[in-house]
Design a protein around this ligand. Structure first.
Ligand code: ADP
Length: 158
């Protein structure tokens, strides 16, 4: 069975993430969405909330939602997985992703990073921007799944 890990913070899941997972599933039998626990960042949503929102979008066995702390390559080894799936949006993603992919290759050259280009309708969608817009009452309809929109409204007291 071919498996890829799709790592990120998913705070919250956006339609951009959904698209990468769906397209990833055309190539891999299973995608493990690995929520990175970053102690330096204070997330808007708890880990449990983020897990639940992703599971709601992907209830089937072909998507597993998990979390990890520490190095991604160590997590991939623990999960016996050799492919990391990442999405690329604008040029601005490229430099960071290039650094990360090369650092991860240096740490473990048996693990390969695979990139998928964003769909043009999602190239400007990021969790950070979605949160900013939602915080100030802007409409995030179509940028995140419906249940994520509801969660954001709840968080920001609307
Ligand atoms: P964000 O950058 O939105 O805060 P994450 O850190 O959770 O999200 O990102 C996880 C992965 O998903 C990264 O590889 C990121 O480039 C990718 N990604 C995020 N948003 C999109 C999008 N709109 N289209 C394609 N890939 C995306």
């Amino acid at each position: 069975m071919s498996v890829a890990i799709y790592p990120g913070s998913f705070d919250p899941l956006t339609c951009g993430h959904v698209s990468i997972i769906e397209r990833g599933l055309r190539i891999f039998d299973k995608v493990i969405v690995g929520i990175a626990i970053n102690i330096q960042k204070v997330p808007l949503l708890t880990l449990e909330e983020r897990v639940a929102l992703i599971q709601q979008s992907f209830p089937g066995d072909e998507v597993e939602v998990d979390s990890f702390e520490g190095l991604l390559v160590d997590y991939a080894r623990r999960r016996n997985c050799t492919v990391l799936l990442r999405g690329l949006r604008a040029v601005s993603d490229f430099e960071y992703e290039l650094q990360m992919a090369n650092m991860n290759r240096k740490l473990d050259d048996t693990i390969e990073t695979m990139f998928m280009m964003t769909e043009e309708s999602h190239f400007y969608v990021s969790s950070r921007l979605v949160k900013e817009v939602a915080r100030f009452g802007g409409k995030v309809e179509g940028l995140v799944p419906k249940h994520v929109e509801a969660k954001l409204n709840e968080k920001f007291g609307r």
